[in-house]
Write a protein that binds this ligand. Structure first.
Ligand code: PFF
Length: 459
């Protein structure tokens, strides 16, 4: 059983299934259920999903194995791991910590909305499929200056309590039941959404790519989404990998986790977008999509309120298993690097993250006139900076680190358990790590900043 809180005793995962469920628990969260459908809706549907898949294949699987291999090799969490392999690179771990910090701040705000929706489902608010009513309900919540802050605080407190109390036993055990439960529940709700009249339009929107919609912005959004959804680029999987025993087949695990994550994202997309079309919502609506369309689907189901309740509880659980991995990354950094006491680190970080998150929440309402990164409100600025810049940048630098500093040979030795396992794709993986992934991420960056055009203009 693992205790991510106890750095000194190097515990290990109870079983390989336990590790996969816990890592999938970090990967599967609001990124799949809330963000993927609305990002797809905003960025051209099928065009976004198409680019997402290409990046997943070239970069997602590659980096998942890379992070787990570094973690298992060093048996340390991110900062310590880089330090051990090369003192000069420890700042890369620190950059990941910053990304985790920023992500959790707005993640917890959304987690708070989920808690509010659990309560709404119990009080029978979702008995209508009226777009305006449901839209108004959501907007009313997120623009309120006080209410969402209370729920944001509750979400943060639950996350803090789990991280302080130790995530061993409970979470690993709960993940094993609740993750499969989420899967089944998603499947049932998807069937209902797909059988709504007009739903097929949504399926087409999501799965049939209109290639003319692909542009720099869509590609950057898909890149950020792959990193966000798989918990990559900030050393989270390094930490989880550090608790794996030396004889686990990490190559196989690194394939299963992205597959599970993608399956859930697709289930969510195939539920929410068909409902969007069936009820005449706007697919480009943004962050409200999950909270506005799903209640409409539930209102069309027998025992709809019960379904809504169970569904939002499972969403909350998925969000919490991701949030604890985010908080853990920042806390273990303070403990390892600054020798803070664990309790002090957890309370302090949670408090600061709460405050930053509060500004994000207010940025959707009373402070909506404040625009920072590229004209975005505070909430979107945090998301954009962390997901679309820091995570991919962290991933690119990690590839460079493995390919050119630590060395492919060492990485492949670790991945294949010192040659004991047949890792047939090793040369291909090495090529992806050393060349394809960093170059691809670099090009997306250059392209989205407009630098690529300038370079092209020179020739
Ligand atoms: N992967 C999580 C999600 O999809 O909700 C979010 C996340 C967790 C991102 C942990 C990064 C991370 F390290």
């Amino acid at each position: 059983m693992v205790d991510l809180n106890e750095k000194k005793a190097r515990d290990q995962w109870g079983s390989r299934f336990g590790f996969i469920m816990a890592a999938a628990g970090s990967a599967i969260g609001l990124g799949n259920l809330w963000k993927f459908p609305y990002m797809a809706g905003k960025n051209g549907g099928g065009a976004f999903v198409f680019v997402y898949f290409i990046i997943l294949l070239l970069v997602g699987f590659t980096l998942m194995l890379a992070e787990i291999a570094i973690g298992r090799h060093t048996q340390l969490s991110a900062v310590g791991a880089y330090k051990k392999l090369s003192e000069k690179w420890s700042w890369l771990g620190a950059m990941g910590v910053l990304a985790g910090f920023l992500i959790l701040s707005f993640y917890s705000v959304v987690g708070g909305w989920v808690i509010n929706y659990i309560i709404k489902s119990v009080t029978g608010v979702f008995s209508t499929a009226d777009v305006d009513v449901l839209g108004g309900l959501f907007t009313g919540l997120i623009t309120n200056p006080v209410e969402p802050l209370i729920y944001h605080a509750i979400f943060m407190i639950i996350t803090l309590a789990i991280v302080i109390g130790g995530i061993s036993g409970g979470i690993e055990k709960a993940s094993k039941i609740l993750m499969p439960a989420l899967f089944i529940m998603m499947f049932i709700v998807m069937l209902r959404a797909l059988t709504l009249e007009g739903a097929m339009e949504g399926v087409k929107f999501l799965l049939a790519p209109d290639f003319s919609k692909i542009n720099g912005e869509v590609i950057l959004a898909a890149l950020g989404q792959v990193f966000f959804s798989l918990s990559l680029g900030m050393g989270c999987m390094i930490t989880y990998g550090s608790y794996l025993s030396k004889d686990e087949d990490i190559v196989q695990s690194a394939m299963i986790i992205p597959l599970l994550d993608t399956a859930i994202a697709l289930l969510a997309g195939l539920t929410i977008l068909p409902a969007v079309f069936a009820f005449g919502f706007n697919p480009g609506e943004g962050p409200g999509l999950l909270f506005v369309t799903l209640p409409a689907v539930f209102s069309k189901m027998p025992l709809g309120s019960l379904f809504a309740f169970i569904f939002f509880v499972l969403v909350l659980f998925a969000a919490l298993t991701s949030a604890i991995s985010l908080l853990e990354v920042t806390v273990s950094y303070m403990v390892d690097e600054f020798r803070w006491e664990r309790k002090k680190a957890t309370f302090t970080m949670a408090a600061i993250i709460f405050l930053v998150g509060a500004t994000a929440s207010l940025g959707l309402g009373v402070w909506s006139n404040i625009k920072i990164v590229g004209g975005r409100d505070i909430f979107d600025s945090l998301d954009f900076t962390a997901s679309n810049i820091l995570l991919p940048l962290g991933g690119m630098l990690m590839c460079i680190f493995i390919g050119w500093v630590w060395g492919l040979e060492n990485a492949i030795k670790e991945a294949s358990n010192q040659g004991k396992l047949a890792f047939k794709l090793a040369p291909f993986w090495g090529f992806l790590v050393k060349w394809v992934a960093p170059v691809a991420i670099g090009i997306v960056f250059l392209n989205s900043t407009g630098l690529l055009d300038i370079i092209k203009g020179l020739f």
